[in-house]
Design a protein. Structure first.
Lengths: 460, 460
C-alpha cells in the first residue's frame, strides 16, 4: 500500500472524529460583521490554534485591530512550500425564522434524494471547506509522521465583513507567510461529480450610501411633495444604476473590461451550463443581467452592480404616513479583468452626487474592495492539482471562472507574489449566506481525500 | 358675568386638573398599528368612557372587529346638534432613541424661547386636541349644569392604522350618530396667533407592495446579475413614480384635478406663507414637488406620491453580499378634488405590473383610502365658528386648506350627510408622527376656550 493509499484509508476510518471536530467549530457563533459576536470570533481562533497544535503545527492566535488571525506552520519537510488560507468567520443568520433548525447546532440530515448533508451556518462557507484541508494534514501526520511538503496555514476572521485587516497583516508578515503556491478551499465544484479549480474570480467594490434630507421624520400629509423624500431620492439613484439593457451606467465602468477570449468562451460552452437549470434551482428563469451575454458569462466574465440592502422610513407592520429623515443602501459591484475598484467607487459617488437635491446630503461608507483575478492554467502546480482532483472524483477536474470575490487571492498575488490554487467542494445548492446552509457529507469526505492527494502531487 | 365668561374663568381656574387628565391618557400606549398594544387601546377607550360618564354623558365602549370605538351622548339641551369626532390612538414611537424623554411619560417643558409645551406621543395628535373639546364640555356642565347644544362624541381607535372599521361603524349606527354639524379637532392653526378652520383636505390612498424574486436569499457573487434582484426591480418601480418635473406618472392620475380657483389662490397668496420658512423649519430649502406650483399649492391643492417606507436585503451593521428574496415598499398618494382613490390604487398596481420581470411576483396590501374633501365656507355654522375663534385668539380666524387626510370627514359627509368644522390648535412644529411630539400649553388652554366659545356660538 502506498503512503497515499494508507492516508486515504486512515481518513475513511476516522470520519466520525473529523465530523465531531467540524461540529464543534460550527457551534461557535463567529459572525464577524456583528460586534455582539466578538468574543465568539476570538474563541473560534483559539479553537483552531489548539487543534493545529494537536496535529503538530507551530500555531498561534495573532491579534489584529479587528478579529484575530490564526497562523500555523509545519515546515519540517523539505520541498516547495504551500500557504493554505481559510476563514473561520461566518455570515449573519437572519432571518432566523427561515431556518429549519438551529444554525449553530449542526446535524447530519438525509435529504429525500438520499444525499447526506451537514447542516448549519458555516457548514460549507468556510468551516466545512477549511477543515477538509486541516483533516488531510492531520491524516498525513498520523500515518507518516510528516507532511508531504512544507505547509503554512492562515485563517482569517473577517472575510465576511470586509477583511480590512488582511492586507496589512499580509504585508507586515510577508516573509513569514510567503510560500511557493497558495491553496484556498472556499469555492464550488462544477457539479456534484466534477471537481473544479477556479482560475478567474470577479473582484468586488462594496459601498454604503446614506441620504440625509429633513432633520427629522415628517408627516407626509403636511409635508408630502414639498419636502424632499430621501426614499424617492435613493430610488432614483439606485434605478439609474442600470440602463434598459441591463448595463451599468457609471462613468467609465467598462474601462478595462474586454470581451471574453473566444477560446475560453468556447470551452465554457462545452460545460453544459444552462440558465434554466442555474436559475430554476432558485425559483427564477430569466437571466436578469446584460443583454447579449449568457447567464454564465454574466456571472463569470461580466461586471455587475447589485443592491444588497436598502431601507428607509417605516418598515414595520401596518402603515405610517411618514417622510423619513434618512434612507440608505448597501451596493456592491462585481468586477472583472482590469477594472479598478477605486475608480468604480469614485464613479458611484459621482453618480450619487449628480442626483442629489441641493438641500440633501450624502454620506458614504466604504466596505472593502478587491480587483478581479486570473491565474495561469499552464503552470505545473495547477496541472498537478487538476490531475489529483481527477483521480478522486467520478469526472475529470475542469478550470472554471467564478462570480464571487475572494479578495485574499488578489492580496496574495500583490503582496506575496503568489499564485493560488482555488479548489473547493461546495455545491450551488449549499445555500451559503442563506438560511439552511449545508455541506454535503461527500464533499467533506472526498474533500479531505482531495487535499491529501494534492499535497502528495505537489511533493513530486 | 355672562355664562360664557363664567365658563372661561372656570376653565382657567381648573387647568391643573385638566392637565392631570391629559397626562393620564398620554400614559396609555395606544399604538393602534402594532398588535402588541391591543390591550392598551382597549384601556384607553375605557378611560374615556369613565371620564365622559363623570361629566354626565351616556357613554359606552363599542366593540368593532379591531380596536373599539367610544360613543357618548348628552342631548338634554334642545337645539341644533353636533357630533364631535376624535381619535385616541397614536403613531408608533420608533426610532425611540431619537426621543429626548419617554414618549409615554408626559411632562411640561419650557423651550428656550419661553414657550411652555406638553411633551409625549399623542400630546398633539390627537389626545391633546380631543381633550380640548371634552374639557370645554366639562366646564359648561360644571358651571351651568348643561351643554349649550345637544352633543354626541365619537372617539376612534384606528385613525393611525387605516381606520378600516370606521365606515361600517358609521353606517351601522347612522341614526344614532347623525347630527346637524360635525366638529373635529385634529388640524393646525395657521400660525401661533391665527386660528384656522380647514375647509379643504387631501384624500389618501395607502398601498404596500412586496416584490418576490428567488425562493431564497442568494449570494450576490454566485448569482449577481443573472438572478433578478427585487431591490433593483423595486427601485425602478419607485423611481418611475415621478417624472423629471415632479409629476406623478400613473395613468389617469390627474383625472379630476382642476387648476385651483384663481380667487382661492389669491386668498392663499395673502397668507404670507413662504417655502423658506416652511421647509427651513425642518432643515430643507427647496420645494421638491411639481414644478410650476408653490409649496403651499403642492401641499394643499396638488396630489402627490410618497414612499413612506421601503426595504429589502441586509440593513444591519456591516455588509452582506446578498441578493434578497423579497423587497417591499409602503406608498401613499395624497389626493385632491375629485380623484378616485380606487382608480389611483388600480393605476399603481398596473404601474408595478408593467415593470415586473416575468419570473418575479408582486403582492399588494391595501392600507386605507379616502377621497379629498371641501366644505361650504358660506354656511352659517362655519361663519359662527370662525367668529368664535376670532374672539379667542390674537388674530382673526382664516379658512385654509390642509395637506393631510382625515378620512372620517369624507365618511361623515357620505354616510351621515354632515358638514364638518375642522378646527384644531396644533402647530407646524408639533412633530406629530415624529420623535419629541409636543403640544403647546397655550394650544391646550385656549383650545378649551375656543370650543367653549364655539358651543356657545352654535347655540345662538
Amino acid at each position: 500500500m502506498s503512503e497515499l493509499a494508507a492516508v486515504l484509508a486512515h481518513i475513511d476510518a476516522n470520519m466520525d472524529a473529523a465530523l465531531e471536530r467540524l461540529f464543534a467549530v460550527i457551534r461557535i457563533k463567529s459572525i464577524s460583521t456583528d460586534p455582539a459576536y466578538k468574543a465568539e470570533c476570538q474563541a473560534n481562533a483559539e479553537w483552531h490554534v489548539a487543534d493545529l497544535k494537536a496535529i503538530g503545527f507551530d500555531a498561534a492566535v495573532r491579534p489584529t485591530p479587528g478579529h484575530p488571525m490564526v497562523v500555523a506552520h509545519d515546515r519540517s519537510t523539505p520541498g516547495k512550500s504551500a500557504l493554505f488560507y481559510g476563514h473561520y468567520d461566518v455570515q449573519p443568520v437572519d432571518p432566523l425564522e427561515l431556518w429549519d433548525r438551529d444554525p449553530f447546532e449542526p446535524t447530519i440530515q438525509t435529504l429525500p434524494c438520499g444525499t447526506k448533508v451537514i447542516t448549519g451556518r458555516g457548514s460549507a462557507d468556510d468551516k466545512g471547506q477549511l477543515m477538509t484541508f486541516i483533516e488531510a494534514c492531520r491524516a498525513w501526520k498520523a500515518v507518516t509522521g510528516k507532511l508531504p511538503i512544507p505547509v503554512s496555514i492562515l485563517l482569517e476572521g473577517e472575510e465576511e465583513s470586509g477583511g480590512v485587516n488582511l492586507p496589512g497583516f499580509l504585508q507586515a508578515n510577508a516573509d513569514e507567510l510567503r510560500a511557493d503556491i497558495g491553496l484556498i478551499c472556499d469555492t464550488n465544484m462544477w457539479d456534484a461529480e466534477t471537481p473544479a479549480i477556479t482560475t478567474m474570480l470577479r473582484g468586488l467594490c462594496g459601498e454604503e450610501v446614506i441620504i440625509h434630507a429633513a432633520d427629522r421624520d415628517l408627516h407626509s400629509g403636511f409635508y408630502g411633495s414639498a419636502a424632499a423624500n430621501p426614499n424617492r431620492v435613493l430610488a432614483r439613484i439606485l434605478a439609474d444604476l442600470h440602463d434598459a439593457d441591463g448595463r451599468v451606467t457609471l462613468d467609465g465602468f467598462y474601462d478595462g473590461v474586454p470581451e471574453l477570449d473566444p477560446g475560453l468562451r468556447a470551452q465554457w460552452e462545452t460545460l453544459g451550463f444552462t440558465a434554466e437549470a442555474f436559475l430554476g434551482a432558485v425559483g427564477l428563469s430569466i437571466p436578469a443581467g446584460e443583454k447579449g451575454y449568457s447567464a454564465l458569462e454574466q456571472t463569470w466574465s461580466r461586471p455587475t452592480a447589485e443592491i444588497n440592502g436598502m431601507g428607509g422610513g417605516y418598515q414595520g407592520e401596518g402603515f405610517k404616513t411618514v417622510i423619513p429623515s434618512i434612507a440608505s443602501a448597501k451596493v456592491s459591484f462585481r468586477l472583472v479583468f482590469d477594472q479598478d475598484p477605486h475608480k468604480v467607487r469614485a464613479a458611484f459617488r459621482k453618480h450619487v452626487m449628480d442626483r442629489l437635491p441641493a438641500d440633501c446630503r450624502a454620506e458614504f461608507i466604504e466596505h472593502g474592495s478587491g480587483q478581479a483575478i486570473r491565474f495561469p492554467t499552464d503552470d505545473p502546480a495547477f496541472l498537478k492539482a487538476r490531475e489529483a482532483l481527477s483521480d478522486e472524483w467520478p469526472k475529470p477536474a475542469v478550470f472554471i471562472g467564478g462570480g464571487g470575490s475572494i479578495p485574499v487571492t488578489h492580496q496574495l498575488k500583490q503582496s506575496l507574489g503568489m499564485d493560488v490554487i482555488l479548489a473547493g467542494f461546495g455545491l450551488e445548492d449549499d445555500r451559503i449566506h442563506s438560511p439552511n446552509e449545508k455541506y454535503n457529507l461527500v464533499s467533506f469526505q472526498k474533500g479531505i481525500h482531495s487535499w491529501a492527494r494534492i499535497l502528495d502531487a505537489l511533493s513530486r
